[in-house]
Design a protein around this ligand. Structure first.
Ligand code: CUA
Length: 181
């Protein structure tokens, strides 16, 4: 028996399944069912799979909303690209744009307050990974993903792109601030 030559008996699919092979098939089936039911389980009992909403959007429509927030609530700029740090009012809708290879703007949120975080991509698939919280959200072009977040601990968090998006993927990092009032 060889993997590259054609099988000796042409009607190989009618041969009985070996006991060991049957065992592996059963094991794989059981494991895939466990993985499948872990998804709803983690949604309810885990802390990482958030309930989210998604709407169709366009880069123009989304950047208009992000720009309006930046124009109103920028408190300073950071990094050599002068990325605005925005401190929107507690409880408001906040917008974050991802694109090759940047997050824009930088958000500064208040601990203990809830925000509606809107995410989109201007070009390709990116992923919003918040460290060290280990929160992961795919950021999909053409869609506006919305999650309600309530930061609990003040500090400087890192936003990392968690979906390979080309040569500058590893440079697609940013910050997110959580401050006490
Ligand atoms: Cu964006 Cu990787």
């Amino acid at each position: 028996m060889s993997a590259i030559l054609p099988p000796e008996s042409r009607v190989w699919w009618k041969q009985p399944v070996d006991r060991v092979e049957g065992m592996w098939i059963a094991l794989a089936l059981i494991w895939s069912l466990i993985m499948f039911f872990m998804m709803p389980y983690w949604h309810v009992f885990g802390k990482q799979n958030l309930s989210n909403e998604a709407y169709r959007t366009t880069p123009e429509a989304f950047s208009a909303k992000a720009q309006a927030m930046v124009d109103q609530y920028t408190v300073r700029t950071e990094t050599e690209q002068k990325i605005p740090v925005v401190r929107p009012p507690a409880g408001s809708d906040v917008y974050l744009i991802s694109r090759l290879w940047q997050w824009w703007p930088i958000l500064e949120l208040e601990a203990g307050k809830s925000y509606r975080l809107h995410l989109t991509s201007m070009d390709y698939l990116h992923s919003f990974s918040l460290q060290p919280e280990n929160l992961n959200l795919q950021v999909i072009p053409g869609y506006e993903g919305v999650v309600t977040i309530t930061p609990t601990r003040a500090g400087k968090y890192s936003v990392v792109c968690n979906e390979y998006c080309g040569l500058g993927h590893h440079t697609m990092v940013s910050s997110l601030y959580v401050v006490n009032k």
